[in-house]
Design a binder for this molecule. Sequence first.
Ligand code: ATP
Length: 721
Amino acid sequence: MPVAESRPETHPDFELEREHLSQTVAAMIRQIEFWEDRDRQMGADLETSIILGDQAEEFAAMLSPHVHQPFFGSLKVRVAGREQTLYVGKHGFRDVKGPYSVVSWDSEVGSLFYSDALGWTPRKGSAGVIKRRRQLDVHSKKLLRVTDLYDDEHGGDTGGREEVLLRRLQEDSTAGMRDVVETLQPEQNAAMRAPAGTPVIIQGAAGSGKTTIGFHRLTWMTNPDRGVHRARPEACMVLMPNRVLAAYAARILPELGIERVVVTTPEAWATGLLGLEKLEVTDRTLSLLLTDRDNTRRALAWRKAKLLGDARMLDVVRTHLWGKFNAGLAGQSIRESIEVRGREPVVLHFPETELAAMLRDVFAADPLAGYRAGMRRAIETEALSRLNVPEGEEAGVLRQLSAPLTTFLGRVFASTTPITEARRLLGSADALAASGLLTDREIQLLLTDPLSGIPTPRRANADVTEIPVMLAVQAFTGGIGRLDGRTLEPFDHVVLDEAQDYSPLLYALLGRATRPGHITALGDLNQGMHGYKGPSSWEAVQAQLPGAQVLTLGRTYRSTRQITELGARIAATYNRAAAVQGVDRDGADVQRYVAPADAPHGELPLIAQAVKDAQAAGHRNIAIVTRRGVDADRLAEALREFDTDAQPITTQEHRFRGGLVILPVNLAKGLEFSAAIVASANAQTYDESTEYERRLLYVSASRALHWLGLVSAGDLHPLIA
Ligand SMILES: Nc1ncnc2c1ncn2[C@@H]1O[C@H](COP(=O)(O)OP(=O)(O)OP(=O)(O)O)[C@@H](O)[C@H]1O
């Protein structure tokens, strides 16, 4: 069946829809004017009037940005013999006096627009049937197009959903991640709306929309419809692999209507929590894997890194701290004379045996704020109850207790900075053996140092592989979570991007730091660049996040068929999973630029030419991708001689602001551009025999939406030649 066409003259309902749009715009404007008119926001007294006025102003401010596009779709439903059309937009709007209401995309009914379901049973009321789904392209208050996606009266599915999607995918990239509210696909919608309070692992190939969907799920979590599971944006955190990507992705948030979410990197979060923002984080395992040719040493380094991120390490750390704090308690007691107003002073005495019993209870209770705070609270509570302190006098008693308590806690818990304590544990066979959880071979492995040949920086540093153990020490002693002023709270919701790079131990810790069931992990086990620090399977993650569901996104959306096919050729050399299904979108052929290996200026003139060609094809956001940061800096400089001014993005401080940029592949991961040019796309740069290098080549070659150029002085890489 032909798709009901979109041009005004061909879609029979175009005029009707245009009229509905203009009436909706008018109704919204009326409502905004009403809210903005303070004289009409009258309460019983002045104070209530002011509150009402402020509230109304806030409503007006929230609705205003949506007047230019009140909705993007509609749903015709039949319930109890009555037909009704619901309009779906980015922001809900209730037309109190008329029929021009809009339901929000992230509401319960909004979901029906995206799913393939043909009926539904609401919580109350009778079951309904979907009669029609319709896309309405609106821009600047003007209706541009009407496309039916599903029409009961015309044979059901029209193929319109694919048509709308393809149109959207043809658009140019922007300087930030975009929302896909208008074209969310059924499987994405289902993943986004996996029951609130259930941890979710979204597995999907590159370009399947994982990261995008993760942010949409976060927004969905903040909707009041989520009830007890509703998340406050300021209490949520998103972890992304680097700061360039974090800044790029965070731009989606205002579009989705939420603000104040913390979007950062795991390293920044960890060093912040450890109170060591200046700590340099190294990845010496990676350096060794890339430079050392000794296979035994490589295998050792890999296995040691894996073991450091093993979830059992949580209890290894806990047992170690138990032994340490108990030893610290030996010979300690608290004896303090306390005055309660109106009574004789009494001596409060906690002998060692009692303190030891309290410590045992604190370990058993495992408080979020850590054992130190837990112990303080336990002693304070016991003191108040033992002295039978009247309510008004509690603060005074606690003040008297404060100094001796701090001294005592200092003796037991001090000298435990997470870094030194983690290293002390990892260097001691006895400490590692205490829990009985590790085998002798594993203990030996932890005591060896396969990385001794890899230099460490001069500054204070920690390796990514030891950070989870340090965080575990921190979690047990000082607590782990979100700092709200001086108190530690669990995060309302945490989203992890590139979730295949988080160890099971980190998952266990993040689970502690977050409300139960409130982690959304987005990843692709096939894209793992750092298998030594990630989980071996999603089951290993599920073991740390009770009840976690794995949802798979099967389609990819980013690139044209030509670019997707090229990427698939590279990925097929290491990817064991079945080939993914791309959206079949036709585009320009992949362009290849090859100069003789001894050409006077090497590949420079070719890169400059590729940039000109991409620009001539109409692209503005263009990336030149290099293998390393130094290559990008060097090329940026040299290309100026060839009339090409590319902005380098070579440190995490740089930001992508659109235009022509040059950046190394590790910073390009996750970003996307209308056009991309892979510099030095050859086997000298991306070693063919190393899987890691082939994965990097894949990342470089998969950054473009529409146009891809491959450049080399000397033969192109065999996988893409
Ligand atoms: N339903 C959709 N409608 C329109 N565009 C979409 C849709 N889903 C994904 N896209 C687009 O596909 C591209 C890839 O999305 P995204 O970056 O979220 O994928 P990803 O799975 O996180 O990829 P990677 O693993 O490479 O980081 C983006 O341009 C995104 O806007």
